[in-house]
Design a protein around this ligand. Structure first.
Ligand code: NCD
Ligand code: ZN
Ligand code: ZN
Length: 344
């Protein structure tokens, strides 16, 4: 196949940052996606509906003229989140979920939840009102091997929460392991997962190809080839529980090429093309439309997008870097080729 037309896709897990950084990255996402679930891990985090509405306005103001891109907002759960915030969020029509960051698990998670029991009353209200919980699924115990933290989170936190709140709708974000794929497949209704392009296209060897590769470092960290194969099988199956979430997470070059480099891979410049590569490699291009453009909308109870995007099998060179305010941003595949291209 050399050309593929799909319904216009959505990104169900995206970091847009704020200010100059927002203005630098937003055009990439807005060029491909109709909507995106915008993560709330700003500094300080977006914890109230009022803050989310103000952030949404800043995103809309930063859009290229004529763009109809719609940001779908989320709130950052903390130990102190008030259950009444769930009602405010729901009533706003603009907030589509609450994000659980276990405190210390990832970038800007220090205000996250220290113990899931502390947000029990919030989760109960979310289950009642049908508000989605988005989860960064890793345990934070420093004694647990970093490659095991996602798999351990399932038994320690995720499975019990899903059982305690049988009506809570949960997205297990950016899954990376065979265990996560199996868990989602076997879970009750109302449980789904997003999958990133990097976890479909690379295994942990990519962290160490010829030396240490800070631009391949994200959390959850890349896993084994067996895990990657399980993710490819999940997307190839067409199972509607799995959908697109790039987790595109821009960081200035100097903060990644550093003594202690930040976690996060930037993929918004070539998101749908990178997924096309992964689906082609899995022999499953016919499943890209469901994964990218239908399963997520169905899970979130939102309408499908009008319009289409056409991809052609035509390679192009990814720049070595993009401008990122007064800094530089090194994208996934920097200085290399991407095999598919969106027809403009
Ligand atoms: C994300 C970021 O930079 O905000 N980083 C990452 O490695 N994925 C945070 C996150 O999604 O965990
Ligand atoms: Zn995360
Ligand atoms: Zn993320």
């Amino acid at each position: 196949m050399t050309s593929l037309t799909i319904r216009r896709p959505d990104d169900w897990h995206l970091h847009l940052r704020d200010g100059d950084a927002l203005r630098a990255v937003l055009p990439h996402t807005a060029a491909q996606f109709a909507r995106a679930i915008v993560m709330p891990n700003l500094k300080p985090p977006v914890t109230t509906t009022g803050q989310a509405l103000a952030y949404k306005r800043r995103i809309i103001e930063a859009l290229p003229s004529g763009s109809k891109f719609e940001p779908l907002m989320t709130l950052y759960l903390t130990d102190r989140t008030d259950p009444t915030e769930v009602e405010k969020a729901r009533a706003s029509g603009a907030v589509h979920g609450f994000k659980l960051y276990p405190a210390g698990a990832t970038t800007n998670s220090d205000s996250g939840v220290t113990d899931i029991r502390r947000v029990d009353s919030v989760l109960a209200r979310m289950a009642e009102l049908g508000v989605v919980l988005q989860v960064h699924g890793e345990v934070t115990d420093p004694n647990i091997d970093v490659f095991d933290r996602e798999a351990r989170f399932i038994g320690a936190v995720l499975a019990p929460v899903i059982e305690r709140y049988p009506n809570l709708r949960v997205v297990f974000e950016h899954i990376t392991t065979r265990e996560a794929v199996e868990f989602v497949r076997g879970a009750r209704k109302g449980v789904a997962a997003t999958i990133t392009p990097q976890h479909l296209l690379m295994n942990r060897n990519a962290l160490f190809t010829g030396g240490i590769r800070p631009h391949h470092y994200c959390l959850p960290v890349l896993k084994t080839e067996t895990d990657r194969r399980a993710l490819l099988e999940a997307i190839a199956s067409g199972d509607p529980r799995f959908f697109l979430g790039t987790d595109s997470a821009p960081h200035a070059r100097h903060t990644k090429e550093a003594f202690c480099g930040c976690a996060g891979i930037y993929s918004a410049h070539a998101a749908i093309e990178l997924y096309a590569e992964a689906f082609e490699a899995a022999g499953a291009l016919a499943q890209l439309n469901g994964f990218a453009s239908e399963h997520g909308a169905a899970f979130y109870g939102l309408p499908y997008n009008e319009g289409t995007v056409t991809l052609t099998k035509e390679s192009w060179d990814v720049p070595a870097s993009y401008r990122f305010g007064s800094d530089e941003l090194v994208p996934l595949r920097a200085g290399e080729k991407v095999l598919w291209r969106v027809a403009q």
